[in-house]
Design a protein around this ligand. Structure first.
Ligand code: GDP
Ligand code: MN
Length: 348
């Protein structure tokens, strides 16, 4: 099976295939979180669990970002939860405002329209800035310029399993560019022109694509060959900042930004990161962190279930809401949900 599906080898499972070389310099990495003062309770929740299950052993610094200054209460409460160093950064205004080429009227229409048809947070101006910042600006913040890896953490998420290895060293030793934990189909009405704009980019700059890039799992083969909207659920991501700062990704971000799609539509950082990673990174440098128990809202990746539910997003108890549809199969390959002889959950 491994031979046949060599492309997915890395995702099948065991970190044992990969190098874990001790003794080299510590990865230059941090936990990063964009968060509001009003979300203190939520970030305390996320931090407490990630510290307990992982970071107390490694003490990677925390870097908090906000579009306004953090309150003393926020700083004190968060610093109290870790013995690692905490940094509190304000996002520069020019990274969090509408660019000059945006037509205000068109933008207002989009707020109204996406709000009216019920696209999640479609009516919020701040949400547009946030998506744009996460797509093209977070890695340009001066505090991150001296770092190579980040792990994105949101308020009110859950980490509920011990993680017994240095995740950043794993990324670094194995030259991973991007790590994810859930793969979902999100509301495509928030980015109607993203795919045509992306296709135009590919036609214009074919040389920017990595020679081993694989977009097949993102394309709807049955129908038009269009984007199937499958995306890494980017509230969890562990990535290589050098990749994001690279020429390919920067050109792609600018291309999308100039189209106005962050404001005329509601381009999200999740599909954008997904498409960027798929275009510019060979699949073997993308890692599925299936061993990290994680929950965002009602979507969960559950490594403690040892049957095929493992690969699903397990809905948290919530009678009214339905979890997002997973599309992990697309990434991992068609028959991945079939049990294979000899398969075990063990990560070594
Ligand atoms: P969702 O997961 O797509 O529903 O989006 P969230 O509301 O969780 O926002 C994503 C992340 O951006 C979270 O970490 C939020 O705390 C953060 N965020 C969103 N909007 C703002 C904002 O206006 N200011 C700040 N400081 N953080 C924000
Ligand atoms: Mn969220």
């Amino acid at each position: 099976w491994l031979e046949k599906n060599g492309n997915n080898r890395h995702a099948v499972g065991s970190r044992g295939h990969f190098r874990s070389v001790g003794g080299r310099g510590r990865p230059r990495a941090a936990l990063i979180s964009l968060v509001r003062n009003s979300e203190l309770e939520g970030i305390v929740q996320s931090m407490r669990q990630l510290e307990y299950h992982w970071n107390h052993k490694y003490n990677y610094p925390w870097i908090f970002f906000n579009d306004e200054p953090f309150s003393d209460e926020f700083k004190q409460a968060t610093q109290n939860l870790t013995s690692a160093r905490c940094y509190y950064e304000v996002v520069p205004k020019e990274h969090w405002s509408m660019p000059s080429w945006i037509d205000e009227g068109r933008f207002m229409n989009s707020l109204e329209y996406l709000g009216a048809i019920g696209v999640g947070k479609g009516w919020m101006i701040s949400y547009r800035h946030m998506c744009r910042w996460n797509s093209g600006f977070f890695y340009k913040h001066p505090r991150l310029l001296e770092l190579d890896f980040y792990w994105r953490v949101e308020p009110d998420v859950h980490f509920y399993c011990d993680i017994d290895y240095d995740v950043f060293r794993f990324m670094s030793d194995n030259k991973m560019k991007y790590g994810f934990n859930m793969n979902i189909l999100d509301d495509a009405r928030s980015f109607p022109s993203l795919w045509s704009r992306t296709r135009a980019f590919i036609n214009k700059y074919p040389e920017l694509l990595h020679p081993e890039s694989d977009l097949d799992w993102l394309l709807d083969a049955q129908n038009s060959g269009d984007y199937n909207n499958c995306q890494f659920f980017s509230n969890f991501e562990i990535g290589d900042l050098r990749f994001f700062r690279g020429e390919q990704n920067e050109k792609y971000f600018d291309w999308l930004d100039k189209s106005g799609g962050f404001y005329y539509e509601r381009f999200g950082d999740a599909p954008i990161h997904t498409l960027a990673v798929a275009m510019f990174v060979p699949k073997r440098e993308i890692w599925f962190f299936r061993d990290i128990g994680y929950q965002h809202d009602i979507n969960r990746c559950d490594p403690t279930s040892i049957d095929e539910n493992f690969y699903r997003l397990v809905p948290f108890e919530s009678p009214q809401k339905k979890p997002a549809d997973t599309c992990i199969r697309q990434f991992l390959g068609g028959d991945w949900l079939n049990k294979r002889p000899g398969w075990s959950q063990s990560s070594e």
